[in-house]
Design a protein around this ligand. Structure first.
Ligand SMILES: Nc1nc2c(ncn2[C@@H]2O[C@H](COP(=O)(O)OP(=O)(O)OP(=O)(O)O)[C@@H](O)[C@H]2O)c(=O)[nH]1
Ligand SMILES: [Mg+2]
Length: 460
């Protein structure tokens, strides 16, 4: 428990209808009592004047959460005042004058973690929840806050701790050739860890995309209508459109939300052979954008699909396409409706390298025809990860820890297979345990906590 009492304005900076000032620590109620006429009963809203010296500063609502039944596990008081910037600052200054300390970013949540009210993964979920800008990122943060995969990992870790302890006990009896840790159980647990942690680590690409906005690259030959499509998707004349091939020279990025999922749509320079230096640099950026994208919208003129297999093969040569969603959009369909569409399966199988074309769509970026289907295909691809039904990892720290767990467990499996001595196996088990513990916070350092909580808002 901390001995000092912290205070902060928990609502956004600036003027508003109401502002909330929060206090946490042993003196929270006492400090507040100096300024109000009544002692609030725990968990009941208490309407009272708030005085600073002889002056009545405001009429406020005070709620007291008695320890340990509060967010931080300490005495907590929340004061809702009128949201004038003067009142907020004067109220906070009065609390600081009375001996409170200004809270650091995330210090309330840090205390909640240190007092066992949340595990570390849940504390991180609080920050993600505050950062959520759409249903997808919100769904993932809520699932992590409810416990998510951290509970499962905590459970596996506890079973693992017992077996590791038994294995280490064998080291004390190394002369006597005894086996306390059941090797069968240990193998099963290692298998489970490798598969569950591997699965979770594998979900990171999707999780990170949903959290930060799924990167979608619009690529294809010049003049196909890529910039027109970007403008149509964002509903604004964002990119310059012209009938001159090579209009777009640089990447242009815009954010949109489809069915609650955030996407980053990136228009690129048309792909063609060029000796011109600036255009070449632009095309290299197009490839880079495609490499980093989760979905690629390959736009072609519907009247010009004859060389599509060669074009896609050329793209595959520059960009590893495996695992990406590839949608081929035959644009300008308003003008070329009678031209037959190429078949997705044939396009995929024609090529020597893997070309996972999910669908070929008829589109008119000019009229918007076909856009509904495009929206649906994009949203369907990422919906599973965003509804909270599947455990998805969106946190880089967790992803790295999970990768270490898989590596350490795989080494331990190999050591067991080759009948290595218990002390060698134990080293790998300890390593796996350490990394598992860093996710939920059973193992942590001040430095790690500092980095995590520094990203929080003050007052949270
Ligand atoms: N009829 C018709 N014309 C279109 C459609 N989409 C784009 N165009 C026209 O095609 C021309 C090229 O469009 P852009 O959007 O600039 O093409 P781009 O692929 O971005 O071209 P670059 O930037 O040069 O690579 C413009 O004259 C557009 O008006 C469409 O759906 N139907
Ligand atoms: Mg363009």
């Amino acid at each position: 428990m901390h001995h000092d009492t912290i205070a902060a304005i928990a609502t956004p900076a600036g003027r508003g209808a109401i502002a909330v000032v929060r206090l946490s620590g042993p003196q929270a109620l006492e400090v507040c009592r100096h300024h109000i006429d009544r002692t609030p009963a725990p968990r009941q809203a208490c309407f009272t004047p708030f005085h600073v010296g002889r002056d009545r500063l405001d009429e406020v609502i005070v709620v007291h959460y008695a320890a340990p039944h509060s967010y931080t596990g300490e005495e907590v008081v929340e004061i809702s005042c009128h949201g004038s910037t003067y009142i907020q600052q004067a109220l906070l200054a009065a609390l600081i004058d009375d001996g409170c300390r200004l809270a650091e970013p995330g210090e309330f949540t840090r205390r909640a973690f240190l007092n066992g009210r949340l595990n570390l993964s849940q504390a991180e979920a609080v920050a993600d929840l505050i950062d959520a800008t759409n249903r997808g990122s919100h769904g993932m943060a809520m699932s992590q806050l409810r416990g998510g995969y951290a509970e499962l990992l905590g459970d596996l870790r506890r079973r693992f701790v017992d077996l590791t302890a038994l294995l280490e006990l064998e080291l004390d009896f190394s002369e006597e050739d005894v086996e306390f840790a059941d090797r069968g159980q240990l193998r099963t647990l290692l298998d489970t860890l490798v598969s569950r942690c591997g699965q979770l680590a594998g979900s990171f690409t999707l999780g990170n995309a949903i959290r930060c906005g799924v990167p979608v690259a619009i690529v294809g030959p010049p003049n196909a209508g890529k910039s027109t499509l970007l403008n149509r998707l964002v509903g604004d004349e964002r990119a310059i459109v012209s009938d001159q091939p090579g209009t777009t020279r640089d990447t242009i990025e815009e954010r949109i939300t489809i069915d609650g999922i955030g996407f980053r749509i990136i228009d690129t320079a048309g792909l063609r052979h060029s000796d011109e230096q600036i255009e070449q640099a632009g095309i290299e950026r197009s490839y880079r954008t495609a490499r980093n994208a989760a979905s690629i919208l390959y736009v072609v003129d519907r009247a010009d699909t004859g060389s599509l297999p060669q074009q896609l093969a050329a793209l595959a040569h520059e960009v590893p396409l495996e695992g990406k969603q590839i949608l081929v959009l035959c644009n300008k369909s308003d003008r070329h409706q009678s031209v037959p569409l190429p078949d997705a399966a044939t396009l995929s199988s024609d090529s020597t390298s893997p070309l996972p074309v999910e669908a070929v769509l008829a589109l008119s970026a000019r009229t918007g025809a076909g856009l509904d289907t495009l929206h649906r295909l994009l949203a369907d691809r990422y919906r599973d990860g965003s509804d909270g039904s599947e455990p998805i990892v969106s946190n880089l720290r967790h992803y790295e820890a999970l990768t270490h767990v898989v590596d350490a467990c795989t080494r331990a499996q190999q050591a067991l297979e080759s009948q290595c001595s218990a002390d060698l196996v134990a080293i790998d088990l300890r390593d796996a345990l350490h990394h598992l513990g860093t996710i939920t916070g059973e193992v942590t350092t001040d430095e790690v906590l500092g980095t995590i909580f520094a990203k929080f808002c003050v007052g949270k």
